[in-house]
Design a protein around this ligand. Structure first.
Ligand code: GLG
Length: 790
């Protein structure tokens, strides 16, 4: 039943916020009116939460992240406030389709991949749990680039999420801070004062983030760069219009673009500026809020927990010390202790190229006071730990990982394996000195977005079977286990998956003119394109399979659709070659009459949160095939398992824990372990040996090298084949044979409907632990010492 007030609220917004009557409103007006109707209710929850946090004087959590991969928010709000049915009814009454209206919202891609999406899941879980929290980030004008394919090649276009209206932010012109860069430092009687040479203003934009059933809402505060003197009138009057507009353009550059790669640094100076801009604005805001409520800054660690999402905001340590010492008169050691009490740091990757290190020239020029503070932190730490050999200031650089570790009271990894590897690799020395500092918090995903809202069919079946308490207590999914033995129930489960596959097939046909057969096995690999994630292992196996099918076209093959999605960093040429190879292979294989109906490849362009929400519920098989030891955790692996797609994967990241929970029988394991990877790398000519031992692999490589997928241009994929036949650092060849074996096991199980459905359903029933609610409770207990106010 439509409660009159929600319907009224939508119509009132249509009239008074947008000046339209229902007869003249266009799609966007309806989407905006609906959004504002939802937002009004979110605001009510938001005020209540804020008030309660003030009244209780509770500890607050601050999550500092350069990325928030938010996606669309309207459905999030509707689902969490349980307004979906009413929204459908109202829209239908006026001739609008609910899904069409939702799809009109821009997809906010203020993040690259897992790290940014994790931050978005965490914001939702913090609100669901009722933990008082703020997220701080940057309001990029352009999020992650838009990807299209031309002749199979990735083309990047700027993304403009702000080009369409959306309803979620509140601009806060009154919340502005001046952020300085460069300049010089004065020392007088041992007191330091930084005089920045350049200043910009950070302006706040707030998005309320609401949790399940609207019980609580927190704030995501994103900063936008503004010029302090936006316009140079004198220059303008002299006719120099470009110079007149320069201050504004320069300041805005800071929040202009998200760097399209979180594993290598580009535009280094601007990137460092962005990091300081975010961190300094956030700290000012945190201290202002603290001082409104409490007077003694020594109490900071009791009332404030600041989580650094990777090293990107690592300058928070030195900045907090700078404020306490230079502006508040604390002595250095006490300031350092207070900062350590507040700060904690999450490491998301062990890839050496992703461990931030800034050249001291650049760093010292941009942040002249901070580099001195870092030297002092380093000296203090060395003084207290005489056996230490590694400095955060070695090689004329500033090592942000070491700095973050030293300045944090807790450091966490994002899966059990990754945390163990942190202890024995990058942070081995620091771990030896501070054995209690590293803790594990295995990642999770929010079940509201990644099951309830993206997969209504499955969510409905679950609720019908075990009630709705699973939505914020995901481990209740284990109650599904007894149902799995019921043939009728399992058929229902199967029908839901099939509906989702039909839906995706139709959508692919309508959107891209792509053909997909819902009876085929939907074999899905969706994630950033990276050598360590090994999309090329998958395509090699696909090519080998195609060959085998051509040789035995009458054998009883399990029809497969290989689905890919993901973007390559614009400067990562190897990854872009992998994309092109997949697309080239698709055009040859999809047009081969001999293998029609048995094998297809589809690479869906512009993979983003919204596309993930469409693909995941329709997936049969989840490809998690990274070189063991390289994927810190993965979160797509969790979403796919939760939605009933068993994994084919290596013992890497959270795959290990997924396998433990769903059971080894319900997981297609292959490949070397992290230790075996290390050993194998030491075998000279390992790739050649692997190729010589596997004719299928050799055949697939030959086809690529001979130009089968690049007619007339045999050296198009020389980079790939030479790499695989030569160094093959990521051990694609060495893992190929076992991957092939596991894939054939998949074929066999998939053809036994019942066996497959059982396995898929057990994946859903046993994935409850991978809720980000569980992860956040872990951070609250082990790292933040924060409490729920619900
Ligand atoms: C990282 C890792 C992923 C991890 C994610 C969130 O590569 O394995 O799941 O963070 O912790 N840079 C990333 O996306």
């Amino acid at each position: 039943m439509t409660t009159p007030s929600f319907r009224e609220s939508i119509l009132r917004h249509l009239t008074y916020s947008f000046g339209k009557d229902p007869d003249h409103a266009i799609l966007e007006d309806w989407r905006m009116a609906l959004s504002l109707g939802v937002r009004d209710r979110i605001v009510d929850a938001w005020f209540k939460s804020t008030k309660r946090t003030y009244e209780t004087g509770a500890k607050r959590v601050y999550y500092l992240s350069m990325e928030y991969l938010i996606g669309r928010l309207l459905e999030d709000g509707l689902v969490n406030l349980e307004l979906v049915d009413e929204a459908r009814e109202v829209l239908a009454e006026f001739g609008y389709d609910y899904d069409t209206v939702l799809a009109d919202e821009p997809d906010a891609a203020l993040g690259n991949g897992g790290l940014g999406r994790l931050a978005a899941c965490f914001m939702e879980s913090l609100s669901t749990i009722g933990c008082p929290a703020h997220g701080y980030g940057i309001r990029y004008e352009h999020g992650l680039f838009r990807q299209s394919f031309v002749d199979g090649r990735q083309i990047e276009q700027p993304e403009l999420w702000l080009g369409q209206r959306h309803a979620w932010e509140f601009e806060r012109p009154e919340v502005r801070y001046r952020i300085g860069f460069g300049g010089h430092v004065d020392v007088r009687d041992g007191h330091y004062r930084w005089h920045p040479g350049e200043e910009v203003e950070a302006e706040a934009f707030d998005t309320p983030t609401v949790g399940w059933k609207g019980r609580w809402a927190n704030t995501l505060r994103l900063w936008s760069g503004r010029a302090i003197h936006p316009f140079d009138l004198e220059a303008f009057n002299h006719g120099d219009f470009t110079r007149a507009a320069a201050p504004e353009a320069l300041a805005r550059t800071i929040s202009r673009v998200l760097y399209p790669d979180d594993t290598t640094e580009q535009g280094r100076e601007l990137r460092l500026k962005q990091e300081y801009f975010l961190t300094a604005s956030a700290l000012r805001d945190i201290l202002r809020r603290f001082s409104n409520q409490f007077d003694d800054l020594r109490k900071l660690p009791e009332k404030v927990a600041i989580q650094l999402n990777d090293t990107h905001p690592a300058i928070a340590g030195p900045e907090l010390i700078r404020i306490l010492v230079d502006e508040k008169g604390f002595d250095f050691d006490e300031a350092m202790e207070i900062a350590q009490g507040c700060l904690s740091y999450t490491n998301h990757t062990l890839l050496p190229e992703a461990l931030e290190a800034w050249g001291e020239q650049l760093f010292g020029r941009l942040l002249p006071r901070h580099i001195g503070i870092i030297d002092r932190i380093d000296a203090t730490h060395a003084g207290r730990n005489p056996s230490r050999t590694q400095s955060m200031r070695a090689d004329q650089s500033v090592k942000m990982g070491q700095l973050s570790f030293v300045m944090a009271h807790k450091v966490n990894g994002v899966s059990a394996l990754h945390t163990d590897l942190m202890k024995t690799t990058v942070f081995s020395e620091l771990h030896g000195l501070h054995p209690d500092r590293i803790v594990n918090q295995t990642n999770g995903v929010t079940p509201r977005r990644w099951l309830l809202s993206c997969n209504p069919g499955l969510a409905g079946l679950i609720t019908e079977s075990i009630g709705e308490d699973w939505v914020d207590d995901l481990e209740q999914l284990s109650k599904l286990e007894p149902f799995i033995d019921d043939a009728g129930w399992l058929e229902h489960f199967d029908a839901v998956k099939r509906d989702n596959k039909v839906w995706l097939s139709n959508w692919m046909r309508d959107t891209y003119g792509m053909h997909a057969d819902p009876d085929a096995l939907f074999d899905v690999q969706i994630k950033r394109i990276h050598e360590y994630k090994r999309q090329h292992l998958n395509i090699l196996e696909t090519i080998a399979l195609w060959q085998e099918m051509r040789e035995n076209p009458n054998a009883d093959w399990t029809p497969r659709l290989k689905l890919f999605g993901g973007k390559a960093a614009p400067g990562y040429f190897f990854a872009k070659d992998i994309i092109r190879l997949i697309n080239d292979a698709a055009s040859v294989i999809n047009n081969d009459p001999l293998t029609q109906g048995m094998l297809r490849i589809a690479f869906l362009p512009n993979y983003n949160v919204s596309l993930a929400e469409r693909m995941i519920p329709a997936a049969d098989l989840s490809e998690q095939v990274s070189t063991a030891g390289k994927e810190a955790s993965g979160t797509g692996n969790m979403k796919l398992a939760l939605n009933g797609a068993p994994t084919i994967g290596t013992l890497d990241g959270a795959n290990v824990e997924i396998r433990e929970r769903v059971g080894a029988d319900n997981f297609f394991l292959f490949g070397m372990t992290a230790q075996e990877v290390e050993d194998r790398r030491r075998v000279e000519g390992h790739a050649g040996l692997a190729i010589a031992a596997d004719d299928r692999l050799k055949g697939a490589l030959d086809l690529i090298r001979d130009g089968r997928f690049s007619p007339g241009e045999t050296d198009r994929y020389r980079g790939i084949t030479e790499n695989l036949e030569g160094p093959d650092y990521f051990l694609v060849c060495s893992d190929f044979t076992d991957y092939w074996r596991a894939q054939r096991e998949v074929d066999v199980v998939f053809r036994d409907d019942k066996a497959w459905d059982r396995m898929a359903a057990l994946n859903t029933a046993r994935s409850g632990w991978f809720s980000s609610d569980r992860t956040i409770r872990g951070y609250m207990a082990d790292i933040w010492n924060a409490e729920s106010l619900l």
